[in-house]
Design a protein around this ligand. Structure first.
Ligand code: IMP
Ligand code: MG
Length: 174
């Protein structure tokens, strides 16, 4: 079995898109502080690049939820592995996600976060695979809509590998 990665989005395309997203988010929040909630581990690269380009006051927290195990298929089981460090009540929370697929993870997570009374709750994702949606999720900022293929790189993994690729590619399991 041979694994190959076919480039889908170059580092330059991703950089340009994140800069556009950051400009839009900075405009939308104006002088308000935004509390970025990075969903580990896949969103780490995206969160850093986005945060560096925001021109509004920013704070950052991290959560980890299980969705996929070692497989390329959603288990549908969502579990909080790492919870919030700081309270979000009264804050402008912006969830930063790497990719939305079935929507199960975010559907669950947004419900959980909403119950903690943030001032506002928005969602930002680098990638969206809308064809695979089974749970309703309102996305406020989307980088790229991509076809229903399994992608790796720029934080996204297959069995914990490929996160460090500077671009996003489609994984072919051969
Ligand atoms: P959902 O609950 O099906 O929307 O799954 C979302 C999570 O599954 C993402 O945060 C990723 O961790 C993972 N995921 C979904 N699609 C892919 C993919 O194409 N490559 C890598 N991880 C993926
Ligand atoms: Mg994720």
């Amino acid at each position: 079995m041979s694994e190959t990665v076919r480039k889908l989005l170059s580092e330059e395309e991703i950089d340009k898109k994140i800069a556009e997203m950051a400009a839009q988010i900075s405009r939308d929040y104006q002088d308000e502080q935004v509390h970025l909630l990075c969903i580990l581990k896949g969103s780490v690269f995206f969160t850093c690049e986005l945060a560096k380009r925001l021109t509004i006051p920013v704070s950052i927290d991290f959560m980890s939820v299980s969705s996929y195990g070692m497989d390329a298929k959603s288990s549908g089981v969502i579990k909080i592995i790492k919870d919030l460090d700081e309270e979000i009540e009264g804050k402008n929370v912006l969830v930063v996600e790497d990719i939305i697929d079935s929507g199960r993870t975010l559907h669950y997570l947004l419900g959980y976060l909403n119950s903690k009374n943030p001032k506002t709750l928005k969602l930002c994702t680098l990638l969206d695979k809308p064809d695979q949606r089974v749970a309703k999720v309102d996305v406020d900022y989307t980088g790229f809509c991509i076809p229903d293929e399994f992608v790796v790189g720029y934080g996204l993994d297959y069995a914990q590998r490929y996160r460090n690729l500077p671009y996003i590619g489609v994984l072919d399991l051969g």
